[in-house]
Design a protein around this ligand. Structure first.
Ligand SMILES: Nc1ncnc2c1ncn2[C@@H]1O[C@H](COP(=O)(O)OP(=O)(O)OP(=O)(O)O)[C@@H](O)[C@H]1O
Length: 317
């Protein structure tokens, strides 16, 4: 699908959301949108407020401030049966057969049962669970149970799908299956809000991201734009060099030493070619690599209050 040719409508709008638990402001001024056909990632360290935000959207918690709009419906009037939700807490009813639980959940969402059955069989096959329809949930492995719960969250063709840590506990093959399925759902028009600590997967999958830290927005925007804006260049040099000497090179933010090589983090807006030309002749270079820092590194920088984001300044808007 050529995403640039399609005008995507907004499915979910969160405006100035705030939540207080026992006098503690846990989230404040949280505002973002999720559009049809996109994967919007909500990221942040443990305790940042991601699940609280999601629970407010799902009507499990009620906001103390702000407004949530889903397809022109607001707050109490939101038809939540049009939303699919994979909660952080896993677990379906234990003594129920796989197909029975899937059909029961589809019925709760007012979805036609014959179509739900077709979809259940299709997805069970897709997730290597063919023939497990009559197996009781408590006889499944953890990963298999998670696959069934994922199918339960999409069985009714939701317009908005909210996935809270969908990859945790999955083996790499199953992670890949989930990843492909989530992408395909988005390509078919579903709006997806994805919370995950797996930064490599988020970086590969998400179209836009919202990063939250201590209950407040730190970054919100298009993945490519965020990377261009915040992902400074780093230069990895293998060779016999002194860390202190590398720290004296121009426009160096910091230097880290790892087994036999150094990673030199450059300041923002440094032209890498210009910077390479400044390197002194006596530098010992057996191998040299230049890349942008990853989303994982941006995340760690924010979560540990290092200097990248402070340097970015406006990120703490
Ligand atoms: N029911 C509650 N009562 C009181 N405080 C709560 C409650 N639920 C969450 N909190 C607090 O709200 C803050 C945000 O928690 P939340 O679960 O939203 O974080 P999170 O970003 O989802 O974290 P994680 O990545 O660990 O799942 C934390 O400080 C947490 O202790």
């Amino acid at each position: 699908m050529n995403r640039s040719l399609i005008l995507l409508s907004t499915i979910l709008t969160v405006e100035n959301l705030g939540k207080i638990f026992k006098d503690k402001q846990v989230i404040s001024n949280i505002s973002f949108e999720v559009n049809q056909g996109e994967i919007m990632a909500i990221l942040g360290p443990n305790g940042a407020g991601k699940s609280t935000t999601i629970r407010n959207i799902m009507g499990i918690l009620y906001p103390d401030e702000g407004k949530i709009t889903f397809s022109n419906y607001t707050d109490n009037t939101i038809p939540r049966h049009k939303i699919g939700y994979l909660p952080e807490e896993r677990g379906l009813y234990k003594n129920v057969k796989v197909m029975d639980i899937l059909l029961y959940l589809a019925e709760l969402k007012d979805y036609p049962l014959d179509r739900a059955k077709q979809r259940a069989l299709h997805y069970l096959k897709k997730f290597d669970l063919e023939g497990k329809e009559k197996v009781s949930i408590d006889e499944l492995s953890k990963g298999m149970g998670q696959k069934v719960q994922f199918i339960a969250s999409i069985i009714h063709e939701p317009e908005l799908l909210i996935l809270d840590e969908p990859f945790s506990g999955l083996d790499p093959v199953s992670q890949e299956l989930f990843k492909q399925e989530i992408r395909q759902l988005a390509d078919n028009g579903t709006a997806i809000l994805l919370s995950s600590h797996q930064m490599n997967l988020v970086e590969e999958m998400a179209d836009r991201l919202f990063m939250i830290h201590r209950g407040k927005k730190v970054i919100y925007g298009d993945m490519d734009a965020v990377k261009t804006k915040f992902a400074n260049f780093k230069c990895t040099i293998h060779g016999d060099n002194q860390k202190e000497a590398l720290e004296q090179l121009p426009n160096v933010q910091r230097v880290e030493q790892e087994n036999g090589h150094h990673i030199i983090y450059l300041h923002k807006e440094i032209q890498p070619v210009w910077w390479l030309k400044q390197l002194p002749d006596q530098l010992d270079v057996r191998e040299l690599r230049l890349d942008r820092i990853s989303l994982h590194e941006i995340f760690i920088d924010i979560a540990t209050d290092k200097n990248l984001m402070q340097e970015a300044g406006e990120a703490y808007a």
